[in-house]
Design a protein around this ligand. Structure first.
Ligand code: ACO
Length: 332
């Protein structure tokens, strides 16, 4: 039994937060943001629009595009670090309810920006072992809920959104996910951290006074490590699978910073046509960034059935992951 990447769907909130808007909020400039990150604008969810709402909308599209009914789904894995509730219930359980799916296994994965590829590896293992047939994987973030809009070093980077995919069983090896590598190094856990709420810092007045509920990042250190690690990681997965970078039509990197994307793409000697870039319009949507980017090339007609995708990602934990797979869904 093999696992195939059966479909893709995404949801993007309608509210746009532009660099010009941020200029009015913090001491920054459109020029600085564009030059250092490649971001022009990002989307922000409405006040009453939560992570599971965006995830459910993306999931409905992915299920429909796979030609399935909601009841065909036998596992839901939601990758998010901005869940509806920090402790319980999991966002995956809420998504199951919003989709009207009963008697389904459902849980969340916390791997920051690497969450979607981590979820992909979990789905692959469940399907290949024969335990599940159709797994709904989701990357969804309401990142604006943990961003301090007075901190110019982080608030310019992040946005909200969701992407979803169905991973299904197949006996056809030519449409199977080829390989996934997922890794972590917790010794760098202080590079990207949301200090509260958690068992280290339970919710308290001190937490609120010191803004410990907001994301903190050692940006420059993370940047350098991301370029180094990702370049090594994508080269390794290509070599391990005897695939040449020039034979990958779609390199879909995590959309954190255009300079990171460009550096890794250049190290692989990829042309701009091969590299998928959406960071300019969505910013960094963490676990949602890769499925949102895949959805972009799907909806624009760039992604065709059977074409290879190379995914790579890097984020809090620290975590990183890469994957090589053909798109095994129908294309419009
Ligand atoms: N506007 C203007 N100036 C700014 C801003 C801003 N928004 N933010 C920082 N600066 C200033 C700094 O204060 C600093 O000034 P100084 O030299 O006077 O001290 C200067 O700009 C340079 O700051 P750096 O942090 O060194 O800038 P850098 O070029 O590294 O860019 C950035 C910062 C964009 C955050 C970059 O480091 C980055 O993209 N890092 C990686 C992010 C990443 O990949 N994260 C992983 C995924 S996220 C996740 O897992 C949730």
């Amino acid at each position: 039994m093999y696992a195939k990447f059966h479909s893709i769907g995404a949801y993007v909130p309608s509210k746009v937060l532009s660099n010009a808007d941020l200029e009015k909020m913090v001491d920054t400039s459109d020029e600085w943001i564009l030059k250092r990150t490649g971001i022009r604008e990002r989307r922000i969810a409405g006040d009453s629009e939560v992570t599971s709402d965006m995830a459910t909308k993306a999931s409905k599209i992915a299920i429909e595009r796979a030609g399935l009914r909601n009841s065909d789904i036998d596992l839901i894995v939601c990758a998010t670090i901005t869940p509806d509730y920090f402790n319980m219930p999991s966002t995956a359980c809420i998504i199951a309810d919003k989709l009207g799916i009963k008697n389904v296994q459902a849980f969340d994965i916390s791997a920051a920006c690497s969450g979607f590829v981590y979820a992909l590896s979990v789905a692959k293992a469940f399907v290949e072992s024969g335990m599940k047939r159709h797994v709904l994987i989701i990357g969804a973030e309401k990142f604006s809920s943990i961003v301090n809009y007075e901190d110019r070093t982080t608030c310019i980077l992040f946005g909200d959104g969701a992407g979803a995919s169905i991973i299904s069983a197949t006996d056809n090896k030519s449409e199977a996910i080829i390989d996934i590598n997922a890794s972590a190094d917790g010794s760098y856990s202080d590079f990207l951290v949301t200090p509260a709420p958690g068992s280290v810092n339970p919710l308290s007045q001190k937490v609120l006074d010191e803004g410990l509920n907001f994301v903190q990042m050692k940006g420059n250190e993370t940047f350098k490590l991301a370029v180094k690690t990702l370049t090594k990681d994508v080269k390794k997965i290509l070599i391990d699978n005897n695939i040449d970078a020039k034979d990958i039509p779609h390199f879909v990197p995590h959309q954190a910073n255009y300079r990171i994307i460009k550096a890794v793409g250049s190290a692989l000697k990829m042309s701009s046509e091969q590299v998928v870039v959406t960071v300019d319009k969505y910013g960094n949507t963490s676990a949602a960034s890769i499925p949102m980017a895949i959805n972009d090339i799907y909806e624009s007609g760039r992604l065709k059935r059977g074409e290879l995708m190379l995914l790579d990602t890097f984020g809090g934990g620290l975590t990183w992951a890469s994957a090589i797979l053909p798109f095994a869904g129908e294309t419009p």
